[in-house]
Design a protein around this ligand. Structure first.
Ligand code: NAP
Length: 242
């Protein structure tokens, strides 16, 4: 018996990195998993790994910045599972650099992927949670959502936006039975920002947190007793100062 037996969890940005690790972790705890991202081959591969664990997986290929794609995922979930109990808003992108190095297109790319997808997915799956008076919306935010950091102005803006959204949402839904959690990691060794400011060969990546560390925090947040909730988990690698 797992803590999440029979629950349905939808993970955004599940094709790699933190989202992939969260999907596996929640599946190991017994949840059926809806995997969303744009890269079909990676989602199908992960769906196979998840079904081998004895739970169901639905690979829903989607660009989550697009309202039509989110609506299609909503329909696929309705047809396959009927509901989502845990929504993990994880999909995200970033580019490092001073403000003069960030184009208008890159601003839209970060804000749309990090915040618009969060808005669209929450808007799609929260109402049914409120009707059932049960559910959990998790944000894989960042320490960049809690403070400004150099060379990350737009990324910080997008992650602060998610944090404001999450805190406001907690006020709206807490007394209607739905929990909200914001996970705020520092550096995590994934594919994040490869080609847009991080170098895969940088030895410093080895000292970052692993995706599985963040997945463990998500699992901890979603397995709290019914009368308690964890709103904020801050995580930093030992190499990073506060
Ligand atoms: P990653 O390895 O690059 O994974 C990013 C995920 O987002 C991929 O699955 C990608 O899938 C998905 N994605 C990007 N654009 C998308 C779109 N338009 N529609 C659907 N999915 C999309 O990065 P990661 O480190 O795991 O990042 C996950 C989250 O953690 C992000 O929100 C990030 O801000 C946050 N975070 C990361 C770190 C870090 O140091 N790595 C630290 C703190 C917080 P496709 O490309 O297949 O669509």
């Amino acid at each position: 018996m797992g803590h999440l037996d029979g629950k349905i969890a939808l993970i955004t940005g599940a094709s790699r990195g933190i989202g992939r690790a969260v999907a596996l972790s929640l599946a190991q705890a017994g949840a059926h998993i809806v995997l969303t991202a744009r890269t079909e081959a990676d989602l199908q591969q992960l769906a196979g790994e998840i079904t081998a664990l004895g739970v169901q997986a639905l690979a829903a290929v989607s660009d989550l910045t697009q309202a039509a794609d989110v609506a299609r995922v909503q329909q696929q979930v309705q047809d396959t599972f009927g509901q989502v109990d845990i929504l993990v808003n994880n999909a995200g992108v970033g580019k490092y650099g001073t403000i003069d190095q960030v184009s208008v297109e890159e601003y839209d790319w970060m804000m749309n992927t990090n915040m618009r997808s969060t808005f669209l997915c929450t808007k799609a799956f929260l109402p049914a949670m409120l009707e059932r008076r049960a559910g959990h919306v998790v944000f894989v935010g960042s320490v960049a959502g809690l403070r400004g950091l150099p060379n990350e102005a737009v990324y910080c803006a997008s992650k602060h936006a998610q944090y404001g959204f999450a805190t406001a949402l907690d006020h709206e839904v807490r007394d209607r039975g739905v929990k909200v959690s914001y996970i705020a990691p520092g550096g995590v060794h994934t594919y994040f920002a490869f080609g847009t400011g991080r170098n895969p060969d940088d030895p410093k990546l080895q000292e970052f947190l692993d995706a599985e560390d963040v997945a463990e925090a998500v699992l901890f947040a979603v397995t709290q007793p019914p009368k308690g909730r964890i709103f904020l988990i801050g995580m930093r690698p030992m190499r990073e100062a506060l």
